[in-house]
Design a protein around this ligand. Structure first.
Ligand SMILES: CC(C)(COP(=O)(O)OP(=O)(O)OC[C@H]1O[C@@H](n2cnc3c(N)ncnc32)[C@H](O)[C@@H]1OP(=O)(O)O)[C@@H](O)C(=O)NCCC(=O)NCCS
Length: 167
């Protein structure tokens, strides 16, 4: 049983392990989802970004987010005995702001809760919308780098009546 099966995302949403065949989709997704924030931090030069992506591409670490049978995003989670780390989450713009990202992060919070470990992540300082989302979900800033805020959520998942059904 793979670790990803621990995540229960609710109706119509699932994860599958990425393969080498997903590379073009995943780079296109990365460009659509992250270009604005990468551009504002380091600048975005297409050949450089393609090369960086190629060098770092490890499909075994990536899960593709599938909604109603369609690939719509990607998720990378590192699981250690001491913590879960949300390494990356990207959703196609057409599927953003529909509650999907919140469902995924809440499922990870629930898993961290079961494992009794914190959930950590880093968010670019140029990405205030994502930071605000994480704050709403219970994350607090614990440190920062030149480019990123480091955030962590500990303790029980904050479940409201509306979200309890999702976790
Ligand atoms: C950040 C990200 C993963 C969040 O996922 P998402 O599915 O868009 O998030 P949600 O829909 O759960 O919440 C985001 C917003 O949608 C709103 N929202 C939630 N459900 C909604 C719905 N049913 N209808 C309309 N809006 C909704 C939320 O209030 C929230 O508002 P905000 O934009 O003011 O923050 C996604 O937007 C994304 O991929 N962004 C680009 C890449 C990125 O920034 N990745 C994070 C790197 S750390």
């Amino acid at each position: 049983m793979s670790d990803t099966s621990i995540l229960s995302l609710g109706k119509g949403l699932e994860l599958r392990e990425a393969t080498g065949d997903d590379r073009a989709f995943l780079f296109g997704l990365h460009r659509l989802a992250m270009r604005e924030y990468v551009q504002a931090t380091w600048g975005w030069t297409e050949p450089d970004q393609q090369e960086r992506f190629r060098l770092n591409f490890e499909p075994s670490r990536i899960q593709v987010l599938v909604a109603e049978g369609r690939d719509i995003g990607a998720l990378t989670v590192l699981r250690t005995p001491k913590e879960l780390v949300l390494g990356n989450i990207e959703i196609l713009p057409a599927f953003q702001r529909q509650g999907i990202g919140s469902r995924v992060v809440r499922a990870l919070l629930a898993e961290a809760n079961v494992r009794r470990v914190p959930l950590s992540l880093q968010v670019l300082k140029t990405n205030p919308r994502a930071r605000a989302l994480y704050e709403r979900l219970g994350f607090r800033q614990i440190s920062e780098t030149l480019t990123h805020y480091v955030m962590r959520a500990t303790g029980p998942v904050r479940a409201t009546a509306a979200t309890a059904a999702l976790i």
